[in-house]
Structures are given as structure tokens and as C-alpha cells.
Design a protein around this ligand. Sequence first.
Ligand code: NDP
Length: 300
Amino acid sequence: MTATIIDGKAFAARVREQVGEHVSRLKADHGITPGLAVVLVGADPASEVYVRSKGKMTVEVGMKSLEHRLEADTEEADLLALIAQLNADPAIHGILVQLPLPKHLNEDLVINAIDPAKDVDGFHISNVGLLGTGQKSMVPCTPLGCLMMLREHHGSLSGMDAVIIGRSNIVGKPMAQLLLNDSCTVTIAHSRTKDLAEVVRRADIVVAAVGRPEMVPGDWIKPGATIIDVGINRLDAPEKGEGKTRLVGDVDFASCVDVAGAITPVPGGVGPMTIACLLANTVTACCRANGLAEPEGLTA
Ligand code: NDP
């Protein structure tokens, strides 16, 4: 068997197009332009790249993008004051504080200072609780993107056995919650899980969010299972030239593609969906703030 490749890049382009159409309608019918504020503290090179690319795509779909760049030694009180100002600004519908923050800043405190209705990353404790109780919330972007791809591929996920490898607050746990809300039977595996291979072999759906290059081999996969590979790992690639690197996922694509029914590649799978879902969350937040109908298919 050779798996269907789930093309996250193409899917993300369709999601952005849908967001763009909704933004146009909000402008034309209501005179509202959704606004996303991204706050970057310090100059972490990977974060710089993400923030640039988020800003570019925000503008491309017709939304307003605001970037706030603060020095690495910014005091917590000053960051909290900026968040309070953005919370109070009616032109801003989404606020994202780029993580990780410099060590001297308390991430939980900062994230929980964001108005939950503008928390487009879905990390605020209120949104975590709402998702956990199956209520309307802002949903973390990466798991939301994974859910959209799974729904697109399978239609209903009801009754499927899902194994998520990884229990982080940003991917593993919200992914589990989303799949549970879609009536999967969910197992969360982590570094202390006994006989991980056997656990994964039971799964109709495997979501790998570990951060270990090519950790999941094909012989762990039930024939026909769907694999969502969240991992982004950069490896040296001397074969491409001196100093060159390549990206791989947490799944050994070469051996899994022969066994799985469907699989997301790295790059070009989950990655592009994350920013698309950030834009989707911003337009959703804007609609909710204005008491307007939310776009169909862009939320959990
Ligand atoms: P974390 O480091 O926060 O969590 C990793 C999880 O993997 C932990 O729960 C850990 O278990 C578990 N784990 C580690 N080693 C093993 C092992 N040997 N067997 C089973 N489980 C193990 O990572 P994130 O969730 O933040 O990210 C995971 C991956 O996803 C990374 O590669 C990251 O780059 C990528 N990512 C990609 C995104 C995208 O847009 N595509 C967005 C976010 C992340 P324990 O809790 O016991 O330590």
C-alpha cells in the first residue's frame, strides 16, 4: 500500500482563501477589518521568521497586521501594560504573544493576561477549560489544523482509535481534547509510556508531536492508519552541500508511507496549516466580538 499524501500546503491555501473571502464580506457588509497584533519580545531568529511570515499572510488575506517588537530585557510590567492596551483596543481582534519568552518573563502570567476572546493561540486558561468541557473556545492553531485535515480526509472521526504521541499544552493535550470531542477513543502517549510500539499499532489515527526526528517507524503503524506528523526537526544534510540542513518529522516517512492509508509530509503538512488556522481564529474572534455569524468550517 502507498499512502495518500495529505497536502497541507494546498489545504492551507484553501483555508486562507476562505478566510480572505470572509474578511472581504466583513469589510463590504459591516465596514469591519479584522486586526491581529503579534508581540515579539527579543530577537530569537526562529521567532523572527514566524512573526514575519504571520504578518505577511495576515495582510495577504486583507486583515490588519500590527507587530510590537520589544527588547529582550523588557520588564514584565511593560509587557503586561502593552497587552492591557491591546485588550482595550476595539480594532484588535486577535493578540498573539510569540513564545518562547525570555526566561525572566512568566509565560503563564503573560498568556493569561490576554483577553480570552482575543486569545487566537488558544492558550489562555479559560480557553483551555472551555475546550476541555466541549464549549465554544479559541482552539490552539496547530491541533486545529490537524483536526481540519483529519475531518477533510475522513469525514466523521466517530469511534476511531486515536493515539497522540506527546502531551504538551500546545499540541498533544488540546489535540486529544479535540479528537475526544469528535468521539474518537483517545490515548495520549508520552516519554513514560510502556511499549509505545504496541500502543501505536492499535491506532486508526496517529498524531506524532514529540520533537524526535523520524522516531516512529513503519512497523509501528496499523495498515491503513492515518498519520499526522506534527514534528519539525532540522537535521544536517551534507549531501545537499556544506552547512545545508533538511527538515524531517517525528515519523519515518519512507517506511510509514508504505503501510499507512494517509500521511502528512514534513515539510508541507501540518506546518502551513498552523498559520492558516491563526488567520481563521482571528476572523472567528472578530465575528464573535461583533455578534456576527462565524465562518463555516474554520473552527472546531
Ligand atoms: P514538547 O517538547 O513540549 O513535548 C514533547 C512531548 O513528547 C512530551 O510530552 C514528551 O513526553 C514526549 N516525548 C518525548 N520523548 C518521547 C519518547 N521517546 N516517547 C514518547 N513520547 C516522548 O514539544 P511540542 O509539543 O511543543 O512539539 C512537538 C513537535 O512538534 C516538535 O518537533 C515541534 O517543533 C513541533 N511543532 C510543530 C508545529 C507546527 O506548526 N507544525 C507547532 C508546534 C510544535 P513527556 O511529557 O513525558 O516529557
